[in-house]
Design a protein around this ligand. Structure first.
Ligand code: EPZ
Length: 418
């Protein structure tokens, strides 16, 4: 298992570029199942979860050609409308093939995702939505079997809880359904809007994506197209925190500043100097004493849960007490114990983490537990005195493209050990 060896103490300076969004690329890849014509996607990040999704699509029957960050998919026929347990257990986003498969060929057999480090993360709302659209669902042997031999029909689906991939799954199911589908209390994440942009290019009729009510008029068939994925706002946000926590002067390029608005606002409240040099860059200068600011995670456009762990690392380094409330997942503080091993002063109390700073961190051996927790350990290691060894960095490789190369280029002392 690969490890990262990081020696803390350098202020990051220079430019660091954002890759395409993993969480936009995953539904976009699944959307290619909705047509027998070729779909070309650009700016696909080369990360583990994307390779897993590509493998799944090949098993289903897609031809997948990868050339750098460009992926061309063609699914003339669905050979096997299945997402097997051995793949789904490594990546729960495999459930994103559920909607497209039922829409394309009237049936799907997808493994229930099972548990996850950060929470139960059921997909009951994906299933509920498909039933509303007329699919017959049977759950047995750890699998969901969905059938709609006569096709799906439009319906109103009201999500009692906001779900990002639930919204995406149902949007992809509805585009080929007969009649109109209305998704209420839909997720407003940029990745949902990006998926809608792709589907509309394929011939779908969608209004309201990016808002909490999405209307979809079903069409007979979709055609192939080309599409460039939006930048990864969580990767960009992670780098902005890296600039702040190291007291550096870091410009994140190739990003969409609007998509990191809540984080930028929060960093400015701590006293960091954050500016926007141009339409696709954000610059952070962290020098000077920053102060603690409370934070509560919320669905977009609030503060992203995927940036909570990174923000917690920053709060260990600033003056005061910060109360961090995690409202989206029930167990997303595993990074706190690892940060504490490095010297952080964090007390957990249910959904709250109380972080007292500043605390000098010292390098230690730590273990990554999930994708974003691992990113938080990297950030802490960048400011810790001495050497930190982070084990199980395959968690990081799931969602960050060559993070050690990108960080090293702006001054971080980080190397990967096979
Ligand atoms: C997406 O996961 C992201 N993944 C996650 O990013 C992100 O943390 C999450 O949205 C929240 O923003 C992808 O887009 C591939 P949800 P998703 O459905 O869609 C509950 C990362 O680090 N829920 O919005 O699975 C669920 O348990 C990953 O890149 C139900 O109860 O999240 C959670 O508490 C981690 N029933 C809450 O809703 C359902 O049917 C939000 O989950 C669906 C969800």
């Amino acid at each position: 298992m690969d490890k990262f060896v990081i020696t803390g103490g350098t202020a990051l300076a220079g430019e660091i570029s954002a890759s395409g969004s993993k969480n936009s690329a995953l539904p976009a890849l699944a959307a290619a199942l909705l047509t027998e014509e070729p779909v070309a996607l650009h700016r696909i990040p080369r990360v583990r979860d994307i390779r897993t999704m590509q493998r799944l699509l090949v098993d289903i029957g897609s031809k997948v050609e990868v050339e750098g960050d460009r992926v061309r998919l063609e699914t003339p026929r669905v050979m096997c409308p299945e997402a097997p347990y051995e793949l789904v257990k490594t990546m729960r986003a495999s459930s994103l093939v559920l909607g497209p498969l039922v829409a394309r060929c009237g049936r799907a057999r997808v493994s229930l995702p099972g548990g996850c480090a950060i929470g139960a993360r059921p997909i009951n709302l994906h299933i509920f939505g498909l039933e509303q659209l007329g699919a017959r669902i049977n759950q047995a042997h750890g699998y969901i079997e969905a059938e709609a031999p006569e096709g799906l029909r439009g319906a109103v689906v009201h999500f009692d809880r906001i779900t990002v991939t639930g919204t995406e799954d149902l949007m992809m199911a509805a585009v080929l359904a007969k009649g109109e589908t209305v998704l209420r209390n839909a997720a407003r994440e940029p990745e949902v809007a990006d998926l809608a942009d792709l589907l509309v290019k394929m011939g779908a009729k969608i209004d309201g994506a990016g808002s909490s009510t999405i209307r979809i008029q079903g069409v007979e068939r979709l055609r192939g197209t080309e599409h460039t994925i939006i930048p990864d706002r969580i990767e960009a946000g992670t780098f902005l925190v890296a600039g702040a926590i190291t007291g550096g002067d870091l410009t994140v390029t190739g990003c969409n500043p609007d998509h990191v608005g809540a984080l930028v606002s929060k960093l400015q409240q701590t006293g960091a100097d954050v500016t926007q040099p141009d339409a696709t860059s954000v610059r952070v200068r962290g020098g000077g004493r920053l102060r603690s600011v409370d934070m509560t995670t919320e669905e977009y456009p609030g503060f992203a849960t995927d940036l909570q762990a990174q923000y917690m690392a920053l709060m260990t380094q600033v003056e005061g007490i910060a109360i961090i409330v995690e409202t989206i997942f029930e167990n997303r503080f595993m990074h706190a114990q690892e940060l504490a091993r490095m010297g952080a002063n964090i007390r957990l109390d249910g959904k709250q983490a109380i972080v007292a700073g500043p605390r000098a961190l010292t390098g230690a051996g730590v273990i990554a537990s999930d994708l974003r927790a691992s990113a938080s350990l990297v950030l802490a290691a960048l400011v810790a005195r001495g050497e930190t060894v982070i084990d199980r960095v395959y968690h990081i490789d799931r969602g960050y493209e060559r993070i050690e190369a990108k960080l090293a280029r702006v001054g971080a002392k980080i190397r990967r050990v096979e």
